[in-house]
Design a protein around this ligand. Structure first.
Ligand code: BDP
Length: 327
């Protein structure tokens, strides 16, 4: 009798404790494609720690690195639905669901990284944020992803004619397919995780990316020609599912926003250092780097890409002009 009573009250007690935990404490789940020591990953871990500290553990967050929660296009959909709480994404794959975000995937649209920062931290970033919010995503900060350049296993690329006939992996977005096809290359959209093996086995000749990604994925081991075309400057987004964000208290939302800004500042600093370190690593590993001094012939090839984009998205012309006419 006494034993039964004690057991029952102990069980009841733990049920109450469990219910209390699930009401007051919440663990947010975050998606990240990169390895743990990547600038994005370190800044995301900092974001998670800051939130937990500022809320005294009432709100905690955990980032799953290395793309273990799935491919980037799938993760973007899950974020919009609120299945994932937060994540760090390239605006490249984001462009297919948020038209405003697609503007930054137009080749050579930004003239430099400082210009990209200035515009993303101002009116252009605000216009893209509006588009993202309307589609279920709350941006918390724009991370740096430098400039993307081509690499392949066949030859250095100095002019657009050197791209002809090369099989190049691109991120999942038609704009990148058109970009490669406009130079008579063969574009293959493919998941990031499949690129190493695909180059190694000759399914593709190469891909395009910034120095830290070229290095951290070891793509430089299988594609030794790295040609600094810098054709894409695509910012990245630390963002939260709007569903998750809206479920937080105003005070928690403020904490999340501040943590997002602080982690963005950290990421941008870490990025600079990693870019330099990555270039050293790949060169020491045998990469043959060539600087593409004259980018004009590449830019000229992109005219049809712009034309078809503006034809399909006439309402985005002011945003495109805002970037192209900026200092
Ligand atoms: C990297 C981006 C990452 C993309 C990857 C890619 O940081 O989000 O998934 O490129 O090429 O630079 O897929």
């Amino acid at each position: 009798m006494t034993v039964g009573f004690t057991l029952r009250s102990a069980l009841l007690g733990s049920c109450i404790a469990l219910a209390a935990t699930s009401v007051s404490a919440k663990e947010l789940r975050g998606w990240n494609i990169h390895v743990e020591d990547y600038p994005v990953s370190i800044a995301m871990d900092f974001f998670a720690e800051s939130i937990s500290e500022a809320t005294d553990g009432e709100l905690t967050a955990k980032t799953f690195h290395n793309g273990v929660l799935g491919s980037q296009p799938d993760a973007i959909e899950q974020l919009r639905l609120g299945v994932l709480d937060f994540g760090e994404f390239s605006l490249g794959p984001f462009g297919t669901s948020v038209p405003e975000a697609n503007v930054v995937s137009l080749p050579f649209i930004f003239s430099s990284i400082p210009q990209m920062y200035k515009l993303m931290d101002g009116e252009v970033g605000e216009a893209i944020s509006e588009g993202m919010r309307a589609r279920g995503v709350e941006p918390l900060g724009w991370y740096d992803a430098g400039a993307r350049s081509f690499y392949n296993s066949a030859r250095p690329i100095n002019t657009p004619a050197d791209v002809e006939g090369l099989k190049i992996r691109v991120m999942s977005n038609d704009l990148f397919v058109q970009m490669v096809e406009s130079m008579d290359g063969n574009a293959t959209p493919m998941a990031f995780s499949e690129v190493y093996q695909s180059i190694q086995t000759g399914v593709v000749d190469g891909a395009e990316n910034n120095p830290p990604s070229y290095e951290s994925t070891s793509h430089y081991e299988v594609a030794k020609y790295y040609s600094l075309t810098e054709h894409l400057i695509i910012p990245e987004c630390l963002c939260m599912s709007k569903k998750t964000f809206d479920s937080l208290t105003p005070e928690q939302q403020k904490i999340v926003k501040e943590a997002g800004q602080a982690s963005t500042e950290l990421q941008r600093e870490l990025w600079q250092a990693r870019e330099a370190a990555s270039m050293e690593t790949v060169e020491a590993g045998g990469t043959i780097v060539n600087i593409v001094a004259d980018k004009a012939p590449f830019q000229a090839k992109m005219t049809p890409v712009y034309e078809s984009f503006l034809e399909a998205n006439p309402d985005l012309a002011p945003l495109v002009d805002m970037i192209r006419n900026a200092e």
